[in-house]
Design a protein around this ligand. Structure first.
Ligand SMILES: *[C@@H]1O[C@H](CO)[C@@H](O)[C@H](O)[C@H]1NC(C)=O
Ligand SMILES: *[C@@H]1O[C@H](CO)[C@@H](O)[C@H](O)[C@H]1NC(C)=O
Ligand SMILES: *[C@@H]1O[C@H](CO)[C@@H](O)[C@H](O)[C@H]1NC(C)=O
Ligand SMILES: *[C@@H]1O[C@H](CO)[C@@H](O)[C@H](O)[C@H]1NC(C)=O
Length: 494
């Protein structure tokens, strides 16, 4: 070849290479553009980039919820800074269709990461009215932290008939994913989570992190951030149903609602070991109109916990235990205002639990808890069957303060059974400065499960009446009303 031919040859090669590479780049560009537009996950990679837009930031009016779990700092109200939200795709709409994750490439062998298939199925199901996203039986689907976000067409059903499983512990949790949550349902209206299957949290390795209580060397608790994910979180959503499912072994809270309205939970089973830390069964906060029915919960923390900003909560036919009982609170942490009203717990069984029915508030809070009805509750070997604790404190170094969340109109009716004699069965520790008022006791009969009667109920600054004589007898409730109930604006809730 002479030099001119040589140059021409090189030139052709160069043009060919350039064309090819620009072609690759072009394809890549189109691909990533599409990816961004649809917020699709990358099917090949188990690690998802942090979401480009924080979906919480377009709701500046939403008050930051205060974590009712005192072992965790309050967090901001966003649904998470990682796990790319799956947003609806504008497209043609259909009605009543089933979107089986298998048709979107899910494998369901319990080890393949099926997140991309779930995201794709969600996008299509979201666009179709009354559609079903089906997680079929006889398969085990592993997915990473995912925000299933709306708005979607109404009537969407997320149906888990197989097993839907979280990554196995912190070492398997993708570094880019939020360690605070796993499945998140965000900005939805009229949605159902149901099925005959199981949602498996694989929480064991989280429970034994050395920062969890007594899990460090020689039973110590090592310091440090100790984030663990809530298994299922509903955020800023309305008209939700959760039915039938078995939900188990969550790293932290099993099912959590915040900023929601209109929630029905029916025939759900939650289970985790007795010694799994912070595994509340169902937690609600800043949520109104909630019904929890016919469910069985066994776990290592509160069976049901009700945080600030809840009203009109109806809990019926629930069995708890082992657990830490049904709890309102903790409220008023860091001098915050908490408002909780109209909560009914009826026809419950609480067994082998650290508490029965409890209201707990921190010193220094504001707001009120009012209209609380605990009725027809059977206790079996329960410590602190009935407890109001306005000195809730984890560190034992909390100072007494002059303000408190004001408690009034709390009734305990037909509460019978047995207590664990390590604690008095009735304990009313109301704030020094803000008395509890209008506590009603009726047909409360509690006997020792074994051992000697602790006929020593405790009351401090608690006003109320006994409609019938209580067993053990309680003579420390104060008659009438205190002279001052304090500055009303401090306790006001609208
Ligand atoms: C959706 O598709 C159907 C049939 O394929 C068509 O008749 C309808 O017009 C489409 N609707 C929209 C909104 O594109
Ligand atoms: C209290 O809550 C129940 C639902 O649990 C609701 O039916 C009732 O209307 C509420 N009462 C008031 C006074 O809001
Ligand atoms: C706070 O007040 C209660 C009730 O008066 C009392 O039992 C407790 O010892 C006080 N705690 C501190 C730290 O002062
Ligand atoms: C006391 O509380 C009960 C609910 O337990 C309520 O029906 C009643 O109206 C309250 N009484 C007063 C005087 O507020």
């Amino acid at each position: 070849m002479d030099s001119r031919k040589w140059i021409l040859f090189i030139g052709i090669i160069a043009i060919f290479l350039l064309q090819n590479s620009s072609d690759v780049e072009g394809r890549h560009h189109i691909h990533s553009h599409k990816k961004h537009k649809s917020n699709n996950g990358n099917a090949g990679s188990p690690v998802y980039a942090p979401s480009p837009g924080d979906p919480g930031s377009d709701n500046p009016d939403y008050p930051p919820p205060i974590s009712s779990d005192p072992s965790n700092p309050p967090y901001s109200g966003d649904p998470g800074n990682s796990g790319t939200p799956v947003s609806p795709d504008p497209g043609n709409s259909t009605t009543g269709c089933t979107f089986n994750v298998m048709d979107f490439g899910a494998v369901g062998d319990g080890s393949t990461d099926d997140t991309a298939a779930f995201r794709d199925a969600w996008k299509e199901a979201c666009q179709a009215e009354s559609s079903v996203l089906l997680v079929p039986e006889n398969y085990v689907f592993l997915i990473t932290s995912t925000i299933f976000s709306g708005p979607c067409k109404p009537g969407l059903v997320f149906q888990v008939d197989g097993v839907l499983m979280a990554p196995n512990g912190p070492d398997c949790w993708p570094k880019g994913d939020s360690p605070q949550q796993w499945l998140v349902f965000y900005r939805l209206n009229d949605m159902t989570l149901t099925g005959t299957g199981t949602i498996e949290g694989n929480g064991e390795k989280w429970w034994s992190l050395p920062c969890k209580p007594h899990m460090g060397p020689h039973g110590s608790t090592l310091p440090g951030p100790c984030d663990s994910p809530a298994l299922i979180r509903f955020f800023m959503s309305s008209n939700l149903m959760v039915t039938n499912l078995r939900i188990q072994n969550s790293p932290k809270f099993h099912v959590k609602f915040d900023g929601c309205e209109g929630v029905i939970i029916d025939r759900v089973s939650v289970s985790s070991p007795k010694l799994s830390p912070n595994t509340d069964g169902i937690h609600v906060e800043n949520t109104k109109s909630v019904g929890i029915y016919n469910s069985v919960i066994a776990n290592g923390d509160d069976c049901i916990s009700i945080g600030p900003g809840c009203s009109n909560v109806d809990i019926e036919s629930v069995t708890c235990g082992p657990s830490h009982g049904i709890s309102i609170g903790s409220l008023g942490v860091h001098n915050s205002r908490a408002c909780v009203s109209n909560i009914t717990v009826r026809n419950a069984i609480i067994k082998d639990s650290d508490n029965g029915v409890r209201i707990k508030t921190w010193q220094g809070g504001a707001g009120s808890v009012t209209g609380i009805y605990f009725e027809d509750i059977q206790m079996d070997n329960v410590r602190n069957c009935i407890i109001i604790d306005q000195y809730y404190c984890l560190s034992k170094a909390c100072r007494n303060q002059t303000s408190a969340v004001y408690l009034s109109d709390v009734s305990f009716r037909n509460i019978k059974g047995t207590y664990d004699v390590r604690s008095p069965p009735i304990h009313f520790a109301c704030s020094d400065t803000v008395a509890c008022t209008n506590i009603t006791m009726s047909e409360v009969e509690l006997l020792p499960f074994e051992g000697i009667l602790v006929d020593d109920p405790f009351c401090w600054n608690a006003y109320g009446i006994q409609e019938t004589l209580t067993i053990p007898p309680i003579d420390c409730l104060l008659d009438g009303m205190p002279e001052t109930v304090g500055e009303s604006n401090l306790y006001a809730c609208n």
